[in-house]
Design a protein around this ligand. Structure first.
Ligand SMILES: Cc1cc2nc3c(=O)[nH]c(=O)nc-3n(C[C@H](O)[C@H](O)[C@H](O)COP(=O)(O)OP(=O)(O)OC[C@H]3O[C@@H](n4cnc5c(N)ncnc54)[C@H](O)[C@@H]3O)c2cc1C
Length: 470
């Protein structure tokens, strides 16, 4: 405990926004309960000047700063270490929508705005913020940008990076980078905002951003059964061509993943039964009749065996609820060994087959939960304990080897071990193993240039530096 620093921080943000002791508990553990730390304090600044002030104070005292948004991240990136010498800077009070411009199609928000609130602000102005994901009721725009979040509409609109026009960030020395621009064209040197997107808080704290909006409009949703996983990719290609590239979401769910939902949440009605499911959403005025006609042609060609089109908004949301319940079902059944891989789209079905074979050969009886944003080549290939095995013991004893097998397989397919969840604390070793050494060295150089004393989210993202051999 650094009493002098705490007194200064209280002067900066007020006593009620400097939490210590038991009040820090909910900020000290990650969403998946994989990481537990102990904070010197949790700071809750209320504006960019206060963020700058607390970062400047911490830098003067050589104290590490861990930025935290909604704390929904899957890799422990927002969790302090156990030393009691780091502080959490929570962005939750920077929660103002600063501007909605329906003509320029932009939304300007502070970093602590919850994603669902940002979507609602856009919708109230008749515009669409397409960033969407299962955690949108809690995750924040700053966290979304810091992890370059993907989600449900990447196929059409790209990741958080593609949706960002400008941002404001507090650097590790407390200076404020003012790039809160709504310009779509600005070729004046390095695009510095990109440094902070996907940096997981290791280069600075994002305090506000300007995001792209799109015209709102009708969304049409269908649930379909395909004969085999490979047909999902062919169906996607046909749908894109037939809808003037109007497909905004294309999700795959294996029957086993939905069996977990049926077991954990029996009251949730599932639209169709089958071994391979897809959930598709198409934008535009073409209407659900048009979507139904396209699906009929896919049935005629043997690429789809059954399909149902949502007839109204309530049904559309009901379809999505089933898809988004998969993580909750896994959690209710004791938790899973989670993966977030991506491979080139053409290889995704072969990856799924190889992964299934490898897991069932190595861990007979293990339950697989294969699903994901397959339109982006992104599969969540999660593994649950066999029925009679204690889930926690299974994760502890088998988790490492299972992950090694699935990540090695993704690497063989020229894929990524982290499609959208980032690196955090959990996957630093994988970056060391699979990252291009030159790329990792460049990342270290960027980090050293911006944060030479390693005070901004230390111990995250970059692989640990090995001690020199004696
Ligand atoms: C049910 C569920 C579904 C999910 N679905 C998806 C999905 O479809 N796609 C997807 O990409 N992710 C998904 N996630 C993961 C997670 O929600 C996202 O990574 C999200 O973007 C994290 O935002 P957050 O505000 O919770 O960030 P946090 O968890 O608080 O932080 C994540 C990282 O960002 C840093 N950070 C946070 N705020 C800032 C800031 N203002 N400035 C600088 N650094 C900051 C933290 O230090 C940490 O390294 C899901 C999670 C859950 C629980």
């Amino acid at each position: 405990m650094n009493a002098a620093l705490l007194r200064e921080l209280v002067a900066d943000v007020g006593a009620s926004h400097v939490l210590t002791g038991a009040d820090c508990a909910r900020y000290e553990t990650d969403e998946r309960q994989l990481f537990h730390g102990r904070a010197m304090a949790v700071l809750r600044p209320g504006n960019v000047a206060e963020v700058s002030a607390v970062v400047t104070r911490c830098a003067a005292h050589g104290v590490g700063v861990v930025p935290q948004g909604g704390n929904t991240g899957y890799c422990g990136g927002a969790t302090v270490d156990a030393s009691g010498r780091q502080v959490v800077v929570s962005l939750e009070r920077l929660n103002r929508v600063l501007a909605v411009d329906p003509v320029g199609h932009t939304l300007t928000v502070e970093a602590g705005v919850v994603l669902a609130d940002a979507q609602a602000a856009a919708a109230a102005a008749g515009r669409l913020l397409p960033l969407a994901m299962g955690s949108q009721g809690s995750c924040q725009i700053g966290g979304n940008l810091a992890t370059n979040a993907g989600g449900l509409a990447v196929l059409k609109y790209g990741t958080a990076r593609d949706l960002t026009l400008g941002l404001q960030a507090v650097l590790p020395d407390g200076r404020v980078l003012e790039r809160l621009t709504a310009l779509r064209k600005d070729n004046t040197g390095y695009d510095l905002k990109q440094l902070f997107i996907g940096a997981e808080g290791t280069l600075g704290i994002i305090t506000a951003a300007v995001l792209k909006l799109f015209p709102g409009g009708a969304r049409h949703c269908a649930w379909a059964i395909v004969p085999k996983a490979a047909d999902a990719v062919a169906v996607l290609a046909r749908l894109r061509a037939a809808t003037d590239d109007g497909v905004s979401s294309f999700e795959y769910m294996a029957g086993e993943a939905l069996a977990l939902v049926a077991e954990a949440l029996p009251a949730l009605r599932q639209p169709l039964a089958g071994a391979h499911h897809v959930l598709v959403e198409v934008l535009g005025e073409q209407g659900s009749e048009r979507l139904a006609a396209i699906l009929e042609s896919l049935v005629a060609d043997g690429l789809v065996t059954d399909a149902v089109v949502a007839q109204n908004e309530a049904q559309r949301q009901a379809f999505w609820r089933v898809r988004e319940s998969i993580p909750a079902a896994e959690k209710a059944l004791g938790g899973s060994v989670k993966h977030d891989i991506s491979v080139p789209l053409n290889d995704i079905a072969r990856y799924a087959e190889d992964a299934t074979r490898a897991i069932l050969a190595g861990w007979p009886g293990a339950r697989l939960s294969l699903y994901g944003h397959v339109g982006d080549g992104n599969l969540h290939c999660n593994v649950l304990a066999p029925a009679a095995t204690d889930p926690a013991a299974f994760r502890r004893d088998a988790g490492g080897a299972i992950s090694d097998a699935l990540h090695a397989l993704a690497h063989r397919y020229a894929g990524s071990f982290s499609a959208e969840h980032g690196v955090g604390q959990l996957k630093r070793g994988l970056l060391a193993r699979y990252g291009d050494p030159v790329a990792v060295a460049l990342m270290r150089q960027v980090k050293a240039a911006l944060d030479p004393r390693d005070l901004m989210n230390p111990g995250k993202l970059l692989p640990a530096v090995e001690a020199p051999q004696p």
